[in-house]
Design a protein around this ligand. Structure first.
Ligand code: ADP
Ligand code: ZN
Length: 297
């Protein structure tokens, strides 16, 4: 059985694993995201040891961004303009290729998770769908017509602008570029900034969740109208609040106002906007799926 390495490169931690699917993970390790030198060498050391134990076929990296996923580009494999200290213009793929001598697949964390869900999870059999994470940031990826969405660079769904009623919600948003873009209003740090307590500590009945569902639904409405996804998967720490799902379903339903007539939306909203089937492992399994894809598996 072939073995693949996967790295879910996140802003707070790198999750590394070796295996070939959800039922077949041979090893796993986590390293805090500190400096590129330190964190990348820890990931390399883990994979090198695994490769020595039993050869790996390829490696996949699913990373926070913005990044360059274009194989022909001089900065392919780099995290590019991130505001995260130390990580701007960081070559992730180069050092891995050099240290391991293996093909390396590379994409955004959310495109990776989308590919994992397509292969093993909630997007099996679909050709057009979206995967969003609502966590430290808010990001979206997915497939259109069976291909991961790239385009010019890659989607930046979290930075779309959504209506913001300043009277009802005076919180200005936290995005360093746009203030009250979707991420600025609806990712985990926005909940903390608005309500002065970490999102995980807000009780399930707190009004924060109705407002959060309102913002999520506004962005989802645009995504539904633009991409016509067959399903939308919502992952990330904030979506651990399962009471958010029915609130989001109701608000999306209201916003669509009967305009889009599809049984998936009208009769099956629970499945249309749903959590990842791979749960919190969607990210690292997605990275393994990127490794498989780079060698045509
Ligand atoms: P990351 O985005 O860094 O990979 P997460 O997806 O866990 O990690 O996102 C972290 C953010 O999600 C933080 O803002 C945190 O407050 C929030 N968060 C984490 N767990 C929960 C939870 N169970 N309920 C609500 N918010 C959570
Ligand atoms: Zn923004």
């Amino acid at each position: 059985m072939k073995r693949y390495g996967g790295i879910e490169a996140g802003g707070t931690k790198f999750v590394c694993a070796v295996g070939s699917g959800p039922d077949n993970i041979h090893a796993e390790a986590r390293f805090p995201t500190t400096t590129p030198e330190e964190t990348i060498s820890q990931a390399i050391a883990f994979l090198r040891e695994e490769h020595r134990r039993a050869p790996l076929t390829a490696v996949g990296v699913a990373s926070f961004g913005p990044l360059d996923p274009e194989p022909g580009s001089p900065t392919f494999g780099y995290i590019t303009t991130t505001p995260k200290p130390h990580w701007g213009q960081t070559n992730l793929v180069g050092p891995l290729r050099q240290a391991l001598g293996l093909p390396v697949g590379f994409d955004t964390d959310v495109n990776g998770a989308a590919l994992g869900e397509h292969r093993w999870g909630a997007a099996q059999g679909l050709d057009t769908f979206v995967y969003l994470t609502i966590g430290t940031g808010l990001g979206g990826g997915g497939m259109v017509n069976g291909k991961l969405i790239h385009g010019l660079l890659h989607p930046e769904m979290g930075h779309m602008l959504v209506p913001h009623n300043w009277d009802a919600d005076p919180y200005p948003g936290y995005c360093p570029y746009h203030g009250d873009c979707w991420e600025g209003l609806a990712a985990g740090p926005a909940l903390e900034g608005r309500w002065k307590t970490r999102a995980e500590n807000l009780p399930p009945t707190h009004p924060a969740w109705e407002l959060e569902a309102h913002y999520l639904a506004l962005g989802l409405m645009s995504i539904i109208c633009i991409l016509s996804p067959q399903r939308i998967i919502l992952g990330g720490g904030v979506m651990e609040q399962r009471q958010l799902f029915p609130l989001v379903h109701n608000q999306v339903y209201t916003l669509l106002n009967g305009y889009i007539q599809a049984p998936q939306i009208l009769e099956n909203m629970d499945h249309y906007i749903a959590p990842p089937a791979l749960g919190s492992r969607a990210g690292v399994l997605g990275a393994i799926a990127l490794g498989m894809a780079v060698v045509g598996e």
